[in-house]
Design a binder for this molecule. Structure first.
Ligand SMILES: [Zn+2]
Length: 294
């Protein structure tokens, strides 16, 4: 009998591990600390996914109630929630703002459970989040929280009120400029030249941030024009950044040398070691707007 079982087992064809195959439409989740973080790092790709009919949800882990020089508390949280909804409406994605205090985020089990539930409810194919080595504690702990959730989303005995995923999503990091302990390594870089107006339009919805709080922190509040069209123009200039050499190299890899060198605006992402590790074919499924392989 034992011999028969062994024979039968050897006859079972090789079964691949439960690597997440991408759904149609794709289900993408970006997770940031504040109600504008995902927009800064991924509005361009979000606009591209949305235009192709894929489903994108942005999640802010805090309500942003500390992000202003003269406003705060519940009134600011309500204002920022409305700005996030308007930003999402402008590019055709969803926006969820969790009710944790801005500036006080910690990687607790409670917040980890909130994030596990978000990823499960969205049934995400791909989750984008910050690396956990940012200057801002909320950003840093959002990175830790998503890392801590990356495996737990498939464990049924954790957060038992929300069914566990059977397939682990792919996790990728937003681009950042931090060098220690190691610099951001772009595995995928996407040209957003064709959607840069949409991205600026999305950022423009966060009036309390891009025209009030961030210029106040930077000490250039007096340079923000008063008129709606003028300040949007100003925002576009403020946000114009050349791809870094590493992102440029990734653009050349994905788009070829001629096109890759001409791209002015890009968003880039690094594969996280946790969750499903995508191969190139999977990355092409997840980022369907990348040019076809030669
Ligand atoms: Zn932030």
């Amino acid at each position: 009998m034992r011999a028969l079982v062994i024979v039968l087992l050897t006859l079972i064809p090789f079964v691949a591990p439960p690597v997440a195959d991408a759904q149609t439409p794709l289900r993408i989740m970006a997770i940031g600390a504040h109600p504008d973080d995902c927009d800064i790092r991924a509005a361009g790709v979000a606009a591209k996914w949305a235009a192709l009919g894929h489903k994108v949800r942005f999640v802010a882990v805090t309500n942003g109630d500390a992000g202003h020089q003269t406003e705060g508390g519940g009134a600011l949280a309500a204002r920022r929630r409305a700005e996030a909804q308007e930003a999402a409406r402008r590019i055709g994605v969803e926006y969820v703002v969790l009710d944790n205090h801005d500036g006080e985020l910690l990687p607790t089990v409670d917040v980890r459970m909130q994030i596990i539930r978000q990823i499960r409810q969205w049934n995400a194919d791909l989750v984008l989040a910050p690396r956990p080595n940012d200057y801002h504690p909320d950003h840093r702990y959002t990175g830790v929280l998503v890392q801590d959730a990356a495996y737990m989303v498939v464990v049924p005995n954790v957060a038992t009120d929300t069914p566990a995923l059977r397939k682990n999503p792919v996790f990728m990091y937003f681009q950042d400029g931090f060098q220690r302990p190691n610099p951001f390594t772009p595995d995928v870089a996407v040209s957003i030249d064709d959607v840069i107006d949409k991205k600026i339009d999305m950022l423009d919805a966060h009036v309390s941030q891009f025209y009030e709080w961030l210029p106040w922190v930077a000490g250039n509040l007096d340079t923000v024009p008063k008129g709606a069209a003028e300040r949007k123009q100003w925002l576009r200039k403020e946000r114009a950044t050349e791809p870094t050499p590493a992102v440029r190299a990734a653009l050349v890899k994905w788009y070829g040398p001629a096109k890759g060198k001409d791209i002015r605006n890009a968003e880039a992402f690094e594969i996280c070691e946790y969750g499903t590790r995508p191969d190139e074919a999977m990355l092409r499924k997840l980022f369907p707007f990348l040019p076809k392989a030669e």
